[in-house]
Design a protein around this ligand. Structure first.
Ligand code: CTP
Ligand code: MG
Length: 384
């Protein structure tokens, strides 16, 4: 198997996109632009370098969320070419076989494009997605006056990610004069005489350049996902102890909860809801209670596994809603801490995580305080 590294260039100013936050940090369908590619590339690459403007450090951290741990951050330069050089430099020392270089400003990255690029590298040291040009082409002067026809035959518009054999691309960049201005990495590779293969591009890989592009791409991407909803329920019996775990928060109580793991009913219900949304069975399938290794386990482990499976399916969590059912302990004083811990593990903004509680008016096992129960609903966007 080849080792694959990814470089995401995100060090631009986004000047053509107008006022406001730099375009790569603005939300697109509720997710920062840069995060879309991070989610895909972090999963597909063995190593991941993000090239950013040092002034955007805080913006990048908040956009990357929990992915930050698997990303190497380097600072970009004044031009895209310099930013790519910085990214390639960060990989030297522990060199990959293959490298994918992608514009953060192209958030509509799909797995299929990466598959095709990596296959193409079996036949050529460079590959890129490209689409045919359908409109007629004219050469014009600065005032918009047409000078002549331009032939579109044999012309393609090229996108990113562009994929290369790492060693060959590094040599190509070394041969490039320091002040050279090039359109993209494929141009650098071709200038060094490398063969390049173009694979079918994807309209969703359009580059966000002007503010109006956001609306166009949002429309295109909205149709690429289907909303799936999963539900989960769990109940555990009270037993000896002095606290209960709910949403990863330790809550002092005159009794504990009996369970094989840490018996966090809220996160167990949530894990089942997340698994349900992607049709991936239930918590017992992934973590059999008969397996001694899960004795006393932190339920965060179960929840993180569900999050991982959703990412592997190319999905993203839109919203979760948890209801804890029981007379005591009272949830109110702990609700915000429970939301915050859950949001942290799911890498969601806090307003996409709801924690509620109810009693059963002293009816049933929860009313008699024999145990605690929880139910959860999770909304997940999955690729069509
Ligand atoms: N880029 C970069 N370093 C630069 C310039 C650009 O890493 N010095 C990145 C951008 O962040 C973007 C990609 O290269 O992801 C493509 O560039 P472009 O669309 O031109 O983005 P910006 O340079 O940010 O936008 P503008 O040219 O409108 O200022
Ligand atoms: Mg630019």
């Amino acid at each position: 198997m080849h080792t694959v590294s990814a470089i995401l260039v995100a060090a631009g100013r986004g000047e053509r996109a107008g006022d406001g936050a730099p375009k790569q940090y603005r939300p697109l369908l509720g997710r920062p632009v840069v995060r879309w590619s991070l989610d895909v590339l972090a999963r597909r690459a063995d190593r991941f370098v993000a090239v950013i403007d040092p002034a955007h450090e805080a913006l990048f951290h908040s956009a990357a969320g929990d992915l930050i741990d698997c990303i190497q951050i380097v600072h970009g330069g004044a031009t895209r070419t310099q930013s790519v050089r910085a990214g390639l430099g960060a990989l030297s020392g522990d060199e990959p076989d293959l490298v994918l270089i992608h514009d953060a400003a192209r958030p509509g990255l799909q797995d299929g494009v990466i598959d095709a690029l990596l296959r193409a590298l079996d036949q050529a040291p460079a590959a890129a997605p490209a689409l045919p040009i359908v409109d007629a082409l004219k050469r014009v002067d600065g005032a918009g006056r047409m000078i002549e026809e331009a032939q579109r035959d044999g012309l393609m518009r090229v996108q990113t990610p562009q994929a290369f054999c790492y060693g060959a691309l590094v040599k190509a960049y070394e041969r490039l004069p320091a002040d050279a201005l090039v359109e993209d990495d494929l141009a650098v590779a071709r200038a060094a005489g490398l063969d390049a293969l173009l694979i079918p591009g994807d309209e969703r890989l359009m580059k966000l350049t002007h503010a109006a592009d956001f609306t166009i791409l949002e429309r295109m991407l909205a149709g690429s996902f289907v909303s799936c909803v999963g539900s989960g329920f769990d109940a555990h019996r009270f037993g000896p102890g002095d606290h209960v775990m709910l949403c990863g928060v330790r809550i002092a109580h005159e009794r504990g909860i009996i369970g094989h793991s840490d018996a966090d009913v809220a996160w167990h219900a949530l894990t089942d809801a997340l698994l349900g949304a992607i049709g991936a069975g239930d918590i017992g399938v992934h973590f059999p209670p008969s397996d001694p290794q899960w004795r006393g386990a932190d339920s965060e482990l179960f929840l993180r596994r569900a999050v991982e499976l959703i990412a592997e399916a190319g999905g993203r969590i839109a919203h979760v809603d948890i209801t804890v059912i029981g007379e005591r302990p009272k949830i109110g004083p702990h609700r915000e801490a429970m939301r915050a811990r859950t949001a942290e593990v799911l890498a969601l903004p806090i307003n996409r995580v709801s924690v509620k509680a109810t009693t059963t008016e002293k009816m049933g096992f929860m009313g008699r305080e024999e145990g605690l129960a929880a139910q959860a609903v999770a909304s997940v966007e999955l690729p069509r």
